[in-house]
Design a binder for this molecule. Structure first.
Ligand code: TA6
Length: 293
């Protein structure tokens, strides 16, 4: 199908009726629905569909730079480029396709890209939807230039939640984090689940590979499993920042939370011919909340 600008979008479906949409613009997952057709990712009602800017929501790919800690535009250029369908991807681990519907996308730098980031790479992204509705993104980035390069990376994942003040994250307790709201200074998280009462913009470091995001009101838990992605970005703009963003509704901060599998603190260095893989799996399970006393 075509997306907002007549750019191709691939729709994946599974036998139970779950679906995923991926736009060739940015290799961006723009929708992930369960078998009841409920949208699990947040997309702003004010999203601006105007390439090359990434649409506000879904899962923009931040590469080769996360944030603005470097010479490139915020979050790098991968999310602003047109990707192609990769007709003959190199073999991938069999259980990454068994019983799944998937699409393989490819991004290679244009001459323009090489002007702002002079490193030749092949970025292969496999997006797959499993029979049980889990969404998996596998990024394989290979250095095909003659010299090493380094990069940081994030799956900028906008989760849809019912009410941010009823959401908590389990799995990041006691970790160190860099706080974007305090000049990226390092702090240590306290010992219980993270809850939200104001703007949060943090990079949790050396995190476990399974993180749970509990949405109390909808009695559902997002289970995030990751490999090759040691850091987790947690972002909610809250009211003031939300009002300042053109492509974000004033009150929409209440219905979203970014929890991004990432590699930021220690960027990856690839030697010529080397390849890095970053794998993210998103699932949703009903959570019977035992209300804490
Ligand atoms: O998630 C962390 C962050 O860097 C925030 O500081 C905020 O800028 C967010 O990403 C969104 O960035 P974007 O360029 O998509 O508006």
């Amino acid at each position: 199908t075509k997306d907002w600008n007549g750019i191709d979008q691939v729709v994946l479906r599974n036998p139970r009726g779950a679906s995923v949409r991926v736009s060739l613009h940015g290799g961006q997952v723009t929708s992930w629905r369960n078998d009841r057709g409920e949208e699990l990712l947040f997309t702003s009602s004010k999203a601006i569909f105007k390439p090359p800017k990434a649409m506000r929501g879904g899962i923009p790919i931040c590469f080769p730079q996360f944030g603005n800690c470097g010479s490139l535009q915020q979050h790098g250029f991968a999310r602003n480029k047109i990707w192609s369908i990769d007709e003959n991807p190199p073999p991938i681990h069999p259980n990454d396709s068994l019983g799944k519907s998937f699409v393989d996308l490819l991004l290679k730098p244009s001459d323009d890209d090489l002007k702002c980031w002079p490193h030749c790479f092949e970025f292969r992204l496999r997006v797959s939807l499993a029979a049980d509705g889990k969404l998996t993104l596998i990024s394989r980035i290979r250095n095909i230039s003659g010299k090493p390069f380094h990069f940081s990376f994030a799956y900028h994942t906008y989760l849809s939640v019912s009410d941010i003040s009823e959401v908590r994250i389990e799995g990041l307790e006691t970790l160190d984090y860099l706080d974007n709201l305090c000049q990226r200074k390092r702090f240590t998280e306290q010992g219980d689940a993270i809850t939200f009462e104001s703007e949060v913009d943090r990079v949790y470091l050396s995190s476990p590979n399974v993180i749970a995001v509990l949405d109390h009101e909808r009695k559902r838990t997002y289970v995030i499993r990751k490999e090759g992605l040691p850091d987790v970005v947690v972002w909610n703009p809250w009211e003031k920042k939300a009002k300042a963003m053109l492509d974000f509704g004033d009150d929409e901060y209440k219905q979203m939370l970014c929890v991004d599998g990432a590699i930021i603190e220690k960027p990856i260095t690839l030697k010529p011919g080397e390849e890095w893989t970053g794998r993210l799996e998103l699932g949703v399970v009903p959570s019977s909340f035992c209300d804490e006393g």
